[in-house]
Ligand binder design. Sequence first.
Ligand SMILES: [Zn+2]
Ligand SMILES: [Zn+2]
Length: 66
Amino acid sequence: MAAGHRKKPEKFICCVCGRELPFCWWCPCGFMICSECMEENLWGMTCNGITWTCPDCGRIRGFGND
Ligand SMILES: [Zn+2]
Ligand SMILES: [Zn+2]
Protein backbone atom coordinates (compact mmCIF):
# COMPACT_ATOMS: atom_id res chain seq x y z
CA MET A 1 0.00 0.00 0.00
CA ALA A 2 1.36 3.41 -0.93
CA ALA A 3 2.54 5.72 1.80
CA GLY A 4 -0.01 8.35 2.66
CA HIS A 5 -2.88 6.17 1.53
CA ARG A 6 -5.40 6.80 4.27
CA LYS A 7 -8.63 5.50 2.80
CA LYS A 8 -10.27 2.25 3.67
CA PRO A 9 -8.01 -0.63 2.70
CA GLU A 10 -8.92 -2.60 -0.41
CA LYS A 11 -8.29 -5.83 1.35
CA PHE A 12 -7.95 -6.77 4.94
CA ILE A 13 -5.11 -8.92 6.21
CA CYS A 14 -5.05 -9.33 9.96
CA CYS A 15 -1.69 -8.23 11.41
CA VAL A 16 -2.09 -10.69 14.25
CA CYS A 17 -3.13 -13.97 12.61
CA GLY A 18 -2.12 -13.11 9.03
CA ARG A 19 -5.38 -14.24 7.43
CA GLU A 20 -7.04 -12.34 4.61
CA LEU A 21 -10.61 -11.56 5.61
CA PRO A 22 -13.64 -9.64 4.35
CA PHE A 23 -13.28 -7.23 7.26
CA CYS A 24 -10.74 -6.18 9.84
CA TRP A 25 -10.61 -3.30 12.25
CA TRP A 26 -7.94 -1.07 10.76
CA CYS A 27 -5.87 2.00 11.40
CA PRO A 28 -4.58 4.55 8.87
CA CYS A 29 -1.03 3.57 9.88
CA GLY A 30 -1.61 0.18 8.24
CA PHE A 31 -2.40 -1.90 11.29
CA MET A 32 -5.32 -4.31 10.87
CA ILE A 33 -6.83 -6.81 13.24
CA CYS A 34 -9.68 -9.22 12.62
CA SER A 35 -12.64 -9.40 14.96
CA GLU A 36 -11.51 -12.76 16.32
CA CYS A 37 -8.08 -11.46 17.26
CA MET A 38 -9.65 -8.26 18.55
CA GLU A 39 -11.79 -10.31 20.91
CA GLU A 40 -8.79 -12.30 22.08
CA ASN A 41 -6.81 -9.14 22.69
CA LEU A 42 -9.67 -6.93 23.76
CA TRP A 43 -8.26 -6.45 27.25
CA GLY A 44 -5.17 -4.87 25.70
CA MET A 45 -6.89 -2.96 22.92
CA THR A 46 -9.76 -1.16 24.61
CA CYS A 47 -10.69 -0.01 28.06
CA ASN A 48 -14.27 0.94 27.31
CA GLY A 49 -15.49 -1.23 24.41
CA ILE A 50 -16.27 1.91 22.40
CA THR A 51 -12.81 2.79 21.17
CA TRP A 52 -9.66 0.78 20.67
CA THR A 53 -6.07 1.90 20.65
CA CYS A 54 -3.78 0.99 17.78
CA PRO A 55 -0.78 -0.83 19.23
CA ASP A 56 1.46 0.43 16.41
CA CYS A 57 0.82 4.17 16.49
CA GLY A 58 -1.34 4.75 19.57
CA ARG A 59 -4.18 6.26 17.55
CA ILE A 60 -7.62 5.99 19.11
CA ARG A 61 -10.04 4.25 16.77
CA GLY A 62 -13.78 3.79 17.15
CA PHE A 63 -15.75 0.58 16.78
CA GLY A 64 -18.49 0.69 14.19
CA ASN A 65 -17.74 3.82 12.19
CA ASP A 66 -15.79 4.31 9.01
ZN1 LIG B 1 -6.67 -12.14 13.19
ZN1 LIG C 1 -2.11 2.84 13.93
